[in-house]
Design a protein around this ligand. Sequence first.
Ligand code: BTN
Length: 326
Amino acid sequence: MLPSTRQHLLGRLKEMRGLWVSGGELSRELDVSRTAVWKHVCSLRNEGYVIESAPRKGYLLKATIDRLLPSEIKASLRSNRLGRNIVFENEVDSTNRLARDLAISGAVEGTLVVAESQSGGRGRKGRNWHSPPGEGIYVSLVLRPRFQPAEAPKMTLLTGVALAESLIPIVHSRVTIKWPNDVLAGGKKVAGILIEASTEIDSIEYMIVGVGLNVNTPMGRFPAELRERATSIALEIGHEVDRTEILRAFLKRLEYNYDLIGREGFVPVIKRWRELSDMAGKHVRVHSFDRSLEGAIAGIDDEGVLLVKASEGTLHRVIAGDVEYL
Ligand code: BTN
């Protein structure tokens, strides 16, 4: 896909960072008038880019911004469908809520809702997702999958695989997946997944894939009750990272795995999930609906159902629940 004039302009200014580039040169390269170049520069400035301009010198990009802006995300997006249409909000109650509203009004598959912060970020089981500005990634994608509603829970596993695959090259401590919806780095939760869907008897009208990822969160910024269990990428590797780059990598891996199930079903994704999870053999307590169960994790079956072997030897199949490591 060809970049828009605005993206192209931003790309050129970034390449020349620290050096002036003339308005005439930009107008020739982008094949637009000098006035159009000026208008695009003004709109980039409105987004927060610091671009100087001077007669006979042209334009100079002084500073980019650490915000998950559509222009930054699209600059070198490697996915073809996911994230091509982006809705950005500085603050929203919940990106999942906004994505659902957009899905109901017909948003195309792959529409990405991104927020710098959420005032009511939602986690599983009515929990809150800590979503301060500038530190994390809070996104929701609108999908319109063709598989049967019964397969929908497997999308949480697929999203976990995509997240882990995008984090492994960056985070050197081991990245693992914990059933059903957590991604861990160094044994602590670094990301959570919340999938919501609207289904008919035999089809899925839309699915919202919500992901919250702690990227540059310092330990002191986590609420006290989370500090034992939560981490961020920066905490694991010792320095801050570019959130946009991580988001692009995630969209690419998500699209790869999503396309894979279109061709081969969920079996290869479940297989990959098993490789990326270190749950097998762990002693756990599982809270499922109104009962809890203790035992050792035997794995997940091809339907994504958790298998727990209780101490007296019975194998239990857990369809939904929370797993506590003992
Ligand atoms: C969990 O681990 O409980 C799931 C957390 C999911 C949080 C993300 S942040 C972006 C999206 N919007 C929400 O309101 N929730 C998800």
